[in-house]
Design a protein around this ligand. Structure first.
Ligand SMILES: [Zn+2]
Length: 152
């Protein structure tokens, strides 16, 4: 598969960040994601809605995945997320054969992106300061909610 250029990855990350910010404004956990097709078409976007929907299964990645509807194949698709994907979302990436994951940051939470890389998923870690600052501020203000979300 072609390597994704960082400029495009940054543009796509901005969509995920916008979702995360919208979630924060709703009183939710600020994690956003978007799924892009092999040709770069936006397929779906979403955000963590644990608080908003009282539903722990709505993570940013699953929300974006569901918003994309049925796709015949996920070959060549890219999941962009503001935060390293948890095991649940890493499992989703492997289950459906999503080819690539762009990760905003993995400082505040280290999820399954190494495991994905070991299993042939192309990972681009952007180490984005804005994503990390947003999560840090949120975790500091809402430690209990954050621990509930990551299952601690
Ligand atoms: Zn997740």
């Amino acid at each position: 598969m072609e390597l994704l250029d960082r400029a495009t990855a940054r543009t796509w990350l901005a969509t995920a960040v916008a979702e995360a910010r919208a979630g924060l404004a709703e009183g939710g956990i600020p994690i956003g994601a978007a799924l892009y097709g092999a040709d770069g078409t936006p397929l779906g976007r979403g955000r963590n809605r644990r608080v908003q929907d009282d539903d722990p299964s709505v993570h940013a990645e699953t929300a974006a995945f569901r918003a994309a509807g049925r796709q015949r194949s996920y070959r060549g698709t890219t999941m962009v997320t503001t935060l390293s994907p948890c095991w649940y979302c890493s499992g989703l990436v492997r289950q459906f054969g999503i080819s690539r994951v762009v990760v905003g940051e993995a400082v505040t939470f280290h999820g399954g992106h190494h495991w994905l890389a070991e299993n042939g998923v192309q990972i681009m870690l952007l180490d984005d300061a804005e994503c990390a600052a947003m999560m840090r501020a949120f975790i500091e203000k809402n430690p209990a909610l954050w621990h509930e979300d990551i299952g601690l």
